[in-house]
Design a protein around this ligand. Structure first.
Ligand code: NOJ
Length: 736
């Protein structure tokens, strides 16, 4: 059953938030302007630089199309005035910035946002970011990052939605909608930039900027769908990635940028390189020099050059030498001008210089950031100690308890730490707190003051240890090969455990760390991916019990970095793990060579991860029952209806993220062991049962098969409804 046609038809029908008449009008204005432009002015539009005032003369000369990294509205207006009022054609600048998880009000890092499994709050977060950033005159953000990340060693796992394609699609689309809003010309609309196209998160060994090994089928089944979905949702721009895909750097890859993006998906937005990724094709050994790199980039379909300076220096000569055509140049400039018209910049280029200060940290922004943080926190373990309802006096310790800068996480350029509420600050509102940080930052090894904490522990009802990672330990260029807590943090937890007092550990980090030994040293553990401005209040509310945790893991938590990459939806192997594992200690000395009966696992850490994708506890418990399919056999075009009862079997009103997984049992190529196909946040009163349902279409079972066709292959399937990717009983159905 081929459904490629349907796929294309659906994208063709999508017209974004512009009417046909509006876009015809824009096309006409673009053509009129293009006619008036000199070659030099066209090339100028393709050139993006970092900075403002210092490029004044170039802006007046029409040699710059976009700037990044200027956030002061006075400077932005000044350089915009230079472009609009002093350059020959008055073409406004595109002002851009990495607004990744908030501008002033910082939301949890994107990995934390994904842990909410709540696209609505993620969309709201992106809208808040857009309102605050556009108030400074920033109309283009380099977000969302859609890179699927299966290896927590990669520092940029912080910036995306984790390991799952379906979750990434939902979160990416929510962010695009939130940034761009309903009407692009609205002054609060900020163009999204889906990045990094493509496969950047598959860097071998989780080492940033490393090469990737991805087949076309893996790209189509796993890495493309979030980009395709965001293109369909109207994302206005796309950024190429640093890495090569099958030997061809993305920035010079016409198969990716033209065949797939423009021809197959119908993308009519603008393509920008990553920072100097055009120039880096020289280091890749793919381009001889900057001129060659420029030629390769333009021919592949790049419109704008971020910071290689190759386009501005070499495009004219390439044109004169016939290495690129005027048509290629015009197409790139068209895409850039179209974006500027779409955003209404020609009609409304300036910003009210007092607005930014008025909208930053608005109460409703802080409330949304707090809700997002609260929903992003995952309860990993609890022996009943949490919530700390009866405790009065607490010892609060650890380097992340009062680290207002660090809890904002990576890419929080414009968040100001003086607005951060830390766990210490918020816990002080509710408890009598003794604060002994012991370690001053996450890499600190100096435990010389431990006696103070031990002394303080004597008089308290419970200890809250806040550990994790400083912001700089994750994010771009910050990969790690050892994922244990840094410094003496594990020792601090163990020392606190030794006091005999109940110990609650709060991990505040940019990635899944290997926390198995720390779990063994505490009564309860909360995991907060750098939770942003309001993170402290969200954490304290969960500790007090006024909020019940509901976050779920957007990435598998492994036991040891040596297990990476580990992801729940891996292809089935020929010797799948069957639970029988002979570990190191059980292997006799001089044991004879054998592999018979053996399956896929490590001798030292076995097979399973520490915690599965989708996992997260609550203060209550949930029971799934009466899970039923409406039929046992389906055909093309039909809906698959799954009904189930969800009961809150505990004492707290709470929210469960119900998850739907499917497995295609036999395929023309090896299929994943299971795949997420749906999720829903269900809020239930204590004791309440709700009859719920998921609906899928048979078309949702399609994938790119052996013949590289997007099809649903008839056959047998299994399906689960459960609270995480490792639970539940399989139901069977077939597709004819
Ligand atoms: C490099 C990063 O890879 C990219 O994500 C970011 O948007 C640009 N720098 C601009 O800062």
């Amino acid at each position: 059953m081929k459904i490629k046609g349907l796929f294309l038809l659906m994208s063709a029908m999508f017209v974004g938030t512009m009417t046909m008449a509006q876009s015809a009008d824009i096309d006409q204005r673009v053509e009129e302007l293009l006619q008036k432009m000199t070659v030099e002015e066209k090339i100028g539009q393709m050139h993006q630089v970092s900075g403002g005032y210092q490029f004044y003369n170039d802006i007046v000369g029409g040699n710059i199309g976009s700037i990044l990294n200027v956030v002061d509205p006075i400077e932005i207006n000044a350089v915009q005035r230079a472009a609009v009022e002093e350059s020959r054609l008055g073409i406004p600048l595109l002002v851009s910035r990495d607004v990744i998880h908030g501008f002033r009000t910082i939301f949890p890092i994107p990995l934390g946002m994904a842990a909410t499994f709540n696209p609505d709050i993620v969309e709201r977060g992106a809208r808040v970011a857009a309102i605050e950033a556009t108030a400074s005159g920033i109309r283009w953000t380099f977000s969302p990052m859609l890179d699927i990340a299966r290896d927590p060693r990669w520092g940029r796992v912080a910036e995306g939605s984790g390991e799952d394609t379906y979750l990434d699609v939902q979160m990416g689309v929510a962010m695009v909608k939130g940034y761009q809003g309903g009407d692009y010309t609205d002054p609060t609309s900020m163009a999204a930039c889906i990045k990094h196209f493509v496969g950047y998160g598959a860097a071998e060994g989780g080492r940033d900027y490393n090469t990737t090994m991805l087949s076309e089928r893996a790209l189509r089944n796993i890495y493309f769908p979030p980009f395709k979905a965001c293109v369909d949702a109207g994302a206005l721009t796309l950024m190429t990635s640093f890495n090569d895909v099958d030997g061809i750097p993305s920035t010079g890859n016409s198969w990716l940028l033209d065949d797939i993006l423009r021809q197959e998906w119908g993308f009519d937005g603008m393509v920008v390189t990553d920072w100097n990724s055009s120039g880096e094709m020289i280091a890749h050994g793919y381009a001889e020099d900057l001129k060659h790199a420029t030629e390769l980039s333009i021919r592949a379909g790049v419109d704008m050059d971020m910071m290689s300076f190759g386009f501005i220096q070499h495009t004219k000569a390439l044109l004169d030498e016939g290495k690129i055509t005027m048509e290629q140049l015009d197409n790139a400039v068209r895409n850039i001008l179209k974006l500027k018209f779409r955003l209404g910049l020609f009609d409304n280029p300036y910003v009210d210089e007092g607005l930014a200060a008025r909208v930053a940290y608005a109460k409703e922004h802080l409330d949304a950031a707090k809700q997002c943080a609260a929903e992003s926190i995952i309860l990993l373990q609890n022996n009943g100690i949490l919530p700390l309802k009866d405790a009065k006096r607490l010892l609060v310790t650890g380097p992340m308890a009062h680290a207002p800068y660090e809890q904002l996480g990576t890419w929080a350029f414009d968040g100001q730490e003086e607005h951060t509420v830390t766990p210490l600050m918020a816990l002080r509102e509710a408890y009598d707190v003794v604060y002994e940080p012991i370690l001053t930052y996450s890499r600190d090894n100096d435990m010389s003051n431990i006696k103070a904490a031990k002394r303080a522990a004597k008089g308290v009802d419970a200890i809250v240890v806040c550990v994790g990672e400083e912001a700089i330990l994750s994010g771009e260029a910050h990969s790690l090969s050892n994922l244990n807590l840094q410094g003496a943090q594990s020792a601090l937890i163990a020392e606190m455990r030794a006091t005999g007092k109940p110990v609650v550990v709060v991990v505040i980090a940019g990635r899944p760390l290997t926390i198995e030994r720390d779990l063994a040293s505490c009564d309860a553990m909360l995991y907060a991916f750098h939770p942003g401005t309001m993170g402290g209040e969200a954490i304290a509310d969960i500790i007090k019990g006024s909020t019940v945790p509901s976050g779920k893991l957007p990435m598998t938590f492994i036991r040891d970095a040596g297990q990476a990459p580990f992801y729940y939806n891996h292809p089935v192997t020929g010797r799948p793990n069957n639970g029988t594992e002979t570990l190191l200690d059980a292997i006799p000395i001089k044991a004879g060579q054998t592999s018979l009966g053996c399956t896929s696992y490590y001798l030292d850490s076995g097979y399973g991860p520490l915690l599965p994708f989708g996992y997260g506890l609550s203060y209550t418990t949930f029971a799934y029952s009466n899970i039923k399919l409406d039929k046992s056999e389906y055909t093309e075009g039909e809906r698959i209806i799954v009904e189930y009862d969800l009961t809150n079997t505990g004492d707290y009103d709470a929210t469960e993220v119900a998850q739907l997984y499917v497995r295609d049992l036999v395929g023309s190529v090896v299929r994943p062991v299971k795949e997420l196909k749906g999720f829903e946040r269900v809020t239930l009163k204590a004791g309440e049962t709700r009859h719920c349902r998921f609906e899928l279409s048979v078309a949702d079972l399609a994938y790119w098969n052996r013949d590289m066709e997007y099809v649903v292959e008839p056959g047998s399937f299994e399906l689960w409804v459960a609270g995480d990717s490792a639970s539940g009983e399989a139901l069977s159905f077939s597709v004819r």
